[in-house]
Design a protein. Structure first.
Length: 337
Protein backbone atom coordinates (compact mmCIF):
# COMPACT_ATOMS: atom_id res chain seq x y z
CA UNK A 1 0.00 0.00 0.00
CA UNK A 2 1.25 3.48 -0.94
CA UNK A 3 1.52 6.22 1.66
CA UNK A 4 3.14 9.40 2.98
CA UNK A 5 6.32 8.83 4.95
CA UNK A 6 8.34 11.18 7.13
CA UNK A 7 11.99 10.17 7.15
CA UNK A 8 14.21 11.70 9.86
CA UNK A 9 17.95 10.99 9.80
CA UNK A 10 20.96 13.27 10.09
CA UNK A 11 23.06 11.07 7.77
CA UNK A 12 22.76 12.33 4.20
CA UNK A 13 23.49 8.94 2.62
CA UNK A 14 20.71 7.26 4.63
CA UNK A 15 18.22 9.97 3.64
CA UNK A 16 19.27 9.66 0.01
CA UNK A 17 19.11 5.84 -0.19
CA UNK A 18 15.89 5.46 1.81
CA UNK A 19 14.16 8.28 -0.08
CA UNK A 20 15.08 6.70 -3.41
CA UNK A 21 13.92 3.20 -2.43
CA UNK A 22 10.67 4.37 -0.88
CA UNK A 23 9.91 6.81 -3.70
CA UNK A 24 10.59 4.11 -6.31
CA UNK A 25 8.08 1.93 -4.45
CA UNK A 26 5.49 4.69 -4.99
CA UNK A 27 5.54 6.37 -1.56
CA UNK A 28 5.72 10.12 -1.01
CA UNK A 29 8.71 10.87 1.23
CA UNK A 30 9.66 13.99 3.13
CA UNK A 31 13.13 13.88 4.66
CA UNK A 32 14.40 15.96 7.58
CA UNK A 33 17.81 15.92 9.29
CA UNK A 34 17.17 16.81 12.96
CA UNK A 35 14.99 16.11 15.96
CA UNK A 36 13.84 19.70 16.43
CA UNK A 37 11.79 19.64 13.21
CA UNK A 38 10.31 16.19 13.77
CA UNK A 39 7.06 16.89 15.64
CA UNK A 40 6.11 19.95 13.58
CA UNK A 41 6.83 18.00 10.37
CA UNK A 42 4.44 15.25 11.53
CA UNK A 43 1.74 17.86 12.15
CA UNK A 44 2.34 19.47 8.74
CA UNK A 45 2.73 16.35 6.60
CA UNK A 46 0.21 14.10 8.41
CA UNK A 47 2.24 11.05 7.38
CA UNK A 48 1.02 7.44 7.46
CA UNK A 49 4.36 6.39 8.94
CA UNK A 50 7.57 7.89 10.34
CA UNK A 51 11.03 6.35 10.02
CA UNK A 52 13.35 7.94 12.57
CA UNK A 53 17.01 7.68 13.41
CA UNK A 54 17.61 6.92 17.08
CA UNK A 55 20.26 9.61 17.53
CA UNK A 56 19.94 12.95 15.75
CA UNK A 57 20.93 16.52 16.57
CA UNK A 58 18.22 18.50 18.31
CA UNK A 59 15.30 17.14 20.31
CA UNK A 60 15.86 13.56 21.47
CA UNK A 61 13.73 10.65 20.32
CA UNK A 62 12.16 10.07 23.76
CA UNK A 63 10.99 13.66 23.90
CA UNK A 64 9.61 13.52 20.35
CA UNK A 65 7.79 10.28 21.14
CA UNK A 66 6.25 11.87 24.25
CA UNK A 67 5.01 14.77 22.11
CA UNK A 68 3.58 12.39 19.49
CA UNK A 69 1.84 10.06 21.92
CA UNK A 70 0.48 12.97 23.93
CA UNK A 71 -1.22 14.59 20.95
CA UNK A 72 -4.63 13.32 19.82
CA UNK A 73 -3.78 13.92 16.16
CA UNK A 74 -0.52 11.96 16.22
CA UNK A 75 -0.80 9.44 19.04
CA UNK A 76 -1.53 6.51 16.69
CA UNK A 77 1.24 7.25 14.17
CA UNK A 78 3.41 4.16 13.56
CA UNK A 79 7.09 4.99 14.13
CA UNK A 80 9.94 2.75 12.97
CA UNK A 81 13.21 3.65 14.70
CA UNK A 82 16.43 2.82 12.88
CA UNK A 83 19.66 2.46 14.82
CA UNK A 84 23.20 1.22 14.44
CA UNK A 85 23.24 -0.06 18.01
CA UNK A 86 22.05 -3.54 18.97
CA UNK A 87 22.26 -2.78 22.70
CA UNK A 88 19.21 -4.60 24.05
CA UNK A 89 18.61 -2.10 26.86
CA UNK A 90 18.66 0.78 24.42
CA UNK A 91 16.31 -1.04 22.01
CA UNK A 92 13.80 -1.80 24.75
CA UNK A 93 13.99 1.84 25.93
CA UNK A 94 13.05 2.92 22.40
CA UNK A 95 9.98 0.66 22.41
CA UNK A 96 9.04 1.76 25.93
CA UNK A 97 9.21 5.37 24.73
CA UNK A 98 6.38 4.54 22.31
CA UNK A 99 8.12 3.52 19.08
CA UNK A 100 6.22 0.91 17.09
CA UNK A 101 9.22 -1.00 15.76
CA UNK A 102 13.03 -0.95 15.67
CA UNK A 103 15.26 -1.90 12.72
CA UNK A 104 19.03 -2.20 12.78
CA UNK A 105 21.15 -0.30 10.27
CA UNK A 106 21.69 -1.14 7.55
CA UNK A 107 18.23 -2.66 7.24
CA UNK A 108 17.42 -5.34 4.68
CA UNK A 109 15.68 -3.25 2.04
CA UNK A 110 13.00 -5.82 1.15
CA UNK A 111 12.23 -6.21 4.83
CA UNK A 112 12.02 -2.43 5.19
CA UNK A 113 9.58 -2.12 2.26
CA UNK A 114 7.45 -5.01 3.58
CA UNK A 115 7.22 -3.48 7.04
CA UNK A 116 6.47 -0.02 5.67
CA UNK A 117 3.66 -1.49 3.51
CA UNK A 118 2.24 -3.45 6.44
CA UNK A 119 2.25 -0.47 8.82
CA UNK A 120 0.65 1.82 6.26
CA UNK A 121 -2.07 -0.75 5.48
CA UNK A 122 -2.72 -1.20 9.19
CA UNK A 123 -2.87 2.56 9.79
CA UNK A 124 -5.38 2.93 6.94
CA UNK A 125 -7.59 0.16 8.33
CA UNK A 126 -7.49 1.78 11.78
CA UNK A 127 -8.35 5.19 10.34
CA UNK A 128 -11.25 3.65 8.42
CA UNK A 129 -12.53 1.87 11.54
CA UNK A 130 -12.33 5.09 13.56
CA UNK A 131 -14.20 6.95 10.83
CA UNK A 132 -16.91 4.25 10.74
CA UNK A 133 -17.18 4.44 14.53
CA UNK A 134 -17.60 8.22 14.39
CA UNK A 135 -20.28 7.85 11.69
CA UNK A 136 -22.03 5.15 13.72
CA UNK A 137 -22.03 7.33 16.86
CA UNK A 138 -23.33 10.27 14.90
CA UNK A 139 -26.12 8.19 13.31
CA UNK A 140 -27.30 6.82 16.67
CA UNK A 141 -27.25 10.25 18.29
CA UNK A 142 -29.13 11.82 15.40
CA UNK A 143 -31.92 9.22 15.62
CA UNK A 144 -32.06 9.62 19.40
CA UNK A 145 -32.16 13.44 19.21
CA UNK A 146 -34.98 13.30 16.66
CA UNK A 147 -36.96 10.87 18.79
CA UNK A 148 -36.62 13.17 21.82
CA UNK A 149 -37.82 16.35 20.12
CA UNK A 150 -41.55 15.88 20.69
CA UNK A 151 -41.33 15.83 24.49
CA UNK A 152 -39.79 19.29 24.61
CA UNK A 153 -36.40 17.92 25.57
CA UNK A 154 -35.07 19.62 22.48
CA UNK A 155 -32.05 18.05 20.91
CA UNK A 156 -30.26 17.52 24.20
CA UNK A 157 -31.83 14.66 26.12
CA UNK A 158 -29.79 12.11 24.16
CA UNK A 159 -26.60 14.04 24.90
CA UNK A 160 -27.38 14.19 28.61
CA UNK A 161 -28.16 10.47 28.70
CA UNK A 162 -24.96 9.69 26.80
CA UNK A 163 -22.72 11.65 29.18
CA UNK A 164 -24.50 10.73 32.43
CA UNK A 165 -24.40 7.06 31.42
CA UNK A 166 -20.68 7.33 30.76
CA UNK A 167 -20.12 8.79 34.25
CA UNK A 168 -22.29 6.09 35.82
CA UNK A 169 -20.60 3.28 33.88
CA UNK A 170 -17.11 4.48 34.82
CA UNK A 171 -18.14 4.62 38.46
CA UNK A 172 -19.66 1.13 38.14
CA UNK A 173 -16.36 -0.12 36.70
CA UNK A 174 -14.39 1.41 39.59
CA UNK A 175 -16.66 0.12 42.35
CA UNK A 176 -18.34 -3.02 41.04
CA UNK A 177 -17.07 -4.72 37.87
CA UNK A 178 -15.59 -4.01 34.43
CA UNK A 179 -17.96 -3.15 31.58
CA UNK A 180 -16.30 -4.37 28.36
CA UNK A 181 -19.06 -2.76 26.26
CA UNK A 182 -19.03 0.59 28.06
CA UNK A 183 -19.01 2.77 24.93
CA UNK A 184 -21.71 0.65 23.28
CA UNK A 185 -23.93 0.81 26.39
CA UNK A 186 -23.69 4.61 26.43
CA UNK A 187 -24.59 4.86 22.76
CA UNK A 188 -27.40 2.28 22.91
CA UNK A 189 -28.77 4.00 26.01
CA UNK A 190 -29.58 7.17 24.09
CA UNK A 191 -32.35 5.21 22.30
CA UNK A 192 -33.98 3.87 25.48
CA UNK A 193 -37.28 5.69 24.93
CA UNK A 194 -37.32 5.59 21.13
CA UNK A 195 -40.55 3.53 21.23
CA UNK A 196 -42.45 6.62 22.45
CA UNK A 197 -42.45 7.74 18.81
CA UNK A 198 -45.15 5.07 18.29
CA UNK A 199 -47.38 6.54 21.05
CA UNK A 200 -49.89 9.29 20.14
CA UNK A 201 -48.95 12.84 21.18
CA UNK A 202 -52.29 13.13 23.01
CA UNK A 203 -50.93 10.60 25.50
CA UNK A 204 -47.22 11.47 25.60
CA UNK A 205 -47.96 15.19 26.02
CA UNK A 206 -51.13 14.88 28.13
CA UNK A 207 -50.99 17.63 30.78
CA UNK A 208 -52.37 15.37 33.50
CA UNK A 209 -52.41 11.83 34.84
CA UNK A 210 -53.03 9.02 32.35
CA UNK A 211 -56.12 6.83 32.79
CA UNK A 212 -55.76 3.04 32.86
CA UNK A 213 -56.29 2.63 29.12
CA UNK A 214 -53.83 5.39 28.24
CA UNK A 215 -51.27 3.99 30.66
CA UNK A 216 -51.62 0.57 29.06
CA UNK A 217 -50.98 2.09 25.65
CA UNK A 218 -48.04 4.14 26.97
CA UNK A 219 -46.43 1.00 28.36
CA UNK A 220 -46.30 -0.50 24.88
CA UNK A 221 -43.46 1.94 24.06
CA UNK A 222 -40.99 -0.61 25.44
CA UNK A 223 -42.04 -3.33 22.99
CA UNK A 224 -42.43 -0.81 20.14
CA UNK A 225 -38.88 0.48 20.65
CA UNK A 226 -37.41 -3.02 20.97
CA UNK A 227 -39.17 -4.20 17.80
CA UNK A 228 -37.95 -1.23 15.71
CA UNK A 229 -34.41 -1.60 16.98
CA UNK A 230 -34.45 -5.36 16.34
CA UNK A 231 -35.38 -4.60 12.73
CA UNK A 232 -32.43 -2.20 12.57
CA UNK A 233 -30.14 -4.93 13.90
CA UNK A 234 -31.42 -7.35 11.25
CA UNK A 235 -30.78 -4.83 8.50
CA UNK A 236 -27.10 -4.68 9.43
CA UNK A 237 -26.68 -1.66 11.74
CA UNK A 238 -23.85 -2.17 14.25
CA UNK A 239 -25.00 -5.39 15.89
CA UNK A 240 -23.31 -4.95 19.30
CA UNK A 241 -24.91 -1.57 19.89
CA UNK A 242 -28.25 -2.65 18.45
CA UNK A 243 -28.45 -5.79 20.58
CA UNK A 244 -27.83 -3.70 23.68
CA UNK A 245 -30.33 -1.09 22.48
CA UNK A 246 -33.04 -3.75 22.03
CA UNK A 247 -32.52 -4.98 25.61
CA UNK A 248 -32.49 -1.45 27.02
CA UNK A 249 -35.61 -0.32 25.13
CA UNK A 250 -37.47 -3.45 26.19
CA UNK A 251 -36.40 -3.56 29.84
CA UNK A 252 -35.75 -0.02 31.09
CA UNK A 253 -39.07 0.01 33.04
CA UNK A 254 -38.42 -3.32 34.73
CA UNK A 255 -37.81 -3.01 38.47
CA UNK A 256 -35.22 -4.82 40.58
CA UNK A 257 -37.99 -6.24 42.83
CA UNK A 258 -39.89 -7.71 39.85
CA UNK A 259 -42.85 -5.29 39.90
CA UNK A 260 -41.94 -3.43 36.70
CA UNK A 261 -43.13 -3.88 33.12
CA UNK A 262 -43.46 -5.26 30.47
CA UNK A 263 -42.33 -8.70 31.67
CA UNK A 264 -41.93 -8.38 35.42
CA UNK A 265 -38.26 -9.40 35.24
CA UNK A 266 -36.50 -9.49 38.59
CA UNK A 267 -32.93 -8.66 39.72
CA UNK A 268 -30.21 -9.95 37.42
CA UNK A 269 -32.84 -11.22 34.94
CA UNK A 270 -32.96 -7.59 33.81
CA UNK A 271 -30.10 -6.89 31.37
CA UNK A 272 -27.34 -4.92 33.15
CA UNK A 273 -27.37 -2.22 30.45
CA UNK A 274 -31.10 -1.66 31.12
CA UNK A 275 -30.45 -1.47 34.89
CA UNK A 276 -27.86 1.25 34.29
CA UNK A 277 -30.00 3.22 31.85
CA UNK A 278 -33.01 2.91 34.12
CA UNK A 279 -31.24 5.06 36.75
CA UNK A 280 -30.03 7.62 34.20
CA UNK A 281 -33.41 7.75 32.45
CA UNK A 282 -35.37 8.26 35.67
CA UNK A 283 -32.93 10.95 36.85
CA UNK A 284 -33.21 12.76 33.52
CA UNK A 285 -37.01 12.48 33.40
CA UNK A 286 -37.38 13.77 36.98
CA UNK A 287 -35.12 16.77 36.39
CA UNK A 288 -36.91 17.64 33.12
CA UNK A 289 -40.11 19.67 32.88
CA UNK A 290 -43.16 17.69 31.79
CA UNK A 291 -46.61 18.89 30.62
CA UNK A 292 -48.04 17.66 33.92
CA UNK A 293 -45.32 18.84 36.36
CA UNK A 294 -42.34 21.12 36.92
CA UNK A 295 -38.80 19.79 36.83
CA UNK A 296 -37.54 18.44 40.16
CA UNK A 297 -34.24 19.68 41.60
CA UNK A 298 -31.09 17.56 41.49
CA UNK A 299 -31.41 16.89 45.23
CA UNK A 300 -35.04 15.73 44.91
CA UNK A 301 -34.24 13.44 41.97
CA UNK A 302 -31.19 12.01 43.73
CA UNK A 303 -33.27 11.30 46.87
CA UNK A 304 -35.90 9.42 44.84
CA UNK A 305 -33.24 7.25 43.21
CA UNK A 306 -31.52 6.48 46.53
CA UNK A 307 -34.91 5.55 48.01
CA UNK A 308 -35.41 3.13 45.10
CA UNK A 309 -32.17 1.25 45.88
CA UNK A 310 -33.00 -2.46 46.00
CA UNK A 311 -36.67 -1.96 45.11
CA UNK A 312 -36.87 -0.08 41.82
CA UNK A 313 -33.15 -0.08 41.05
CA UNK A 314 -30.19 -2.47 41.16
CA UNK A 315 -28.46 -1.62 44.48
CA UNK A 316 -24.98 -1.84 42.93
CA UNK A 317 -25.96 0.57 40.16
CA UNK A 318 -27.34 2.98 42.76
CA UNK A 319 -24.05 2.70 44.71
CA UNK A 320 -22.20 3.64 41.54
CA UNK A 321 -24.69 6.51 41.01
CA UNK A 322 -24.16 7.84 44.55
CA UNK A 323 -20.48 8.57 43.89
CA UNK A 324 -21.00 10.49 40.63
CA UNK A 325 -24.50 11.98 40.98
CA UNK A 326 -23.04 15.35 42.05
CA UNK A 327 -21.61 15.69 38.52
CA UNK A 328 -24.96 15.17 36.74
CA UNK A 329 -26.11 18.83 37.13
CA UNK A 330 -23.05 20.08 35.24
CA UNK A 331 -24.05 17.81 32.33
CA UNK A 332 -27.53 19.34 32.33
CA UNK A 333 -25.92 22.77 32.31
CA UNK A 334 -23.91 21.80 29.24
CA UNK A 335 -26.98 20.28 27.55
CA UNK A 336 -30.01 22.22 28.81
CA UNK A 337 -33.58 22.01 27.51
FE1 LIG B 1 -39.61 4.68 28.92
Amino acid sequence: MIGRILLADDALHIRTIFSKILTNAGHFVKAIDNGDDFFQSVLDLKPDLAIVDLHMPGRELAENMALLRGCAKTKELPVIVITGSDDENELSEVLEAGATDVMLKPPNLNQLLNRVGAYIANARVQAMEQQLERERDSLFLTIARLADCREGDGAFQADRVLHCTELLCRSYEERIAPLPQLREICLAGTLYDVGKVAIPSSIVLKPGALNAQERELMETHCAAGAESLALGAESGLDSDVMELAVGIAESHHERWDGTGYPRGLKGPEIPLAARLISVVGVYDALTSERPYRKALSHEQAQKIILEGKGSQFDPEVVSAFETVAHRFPEIRQRFPH
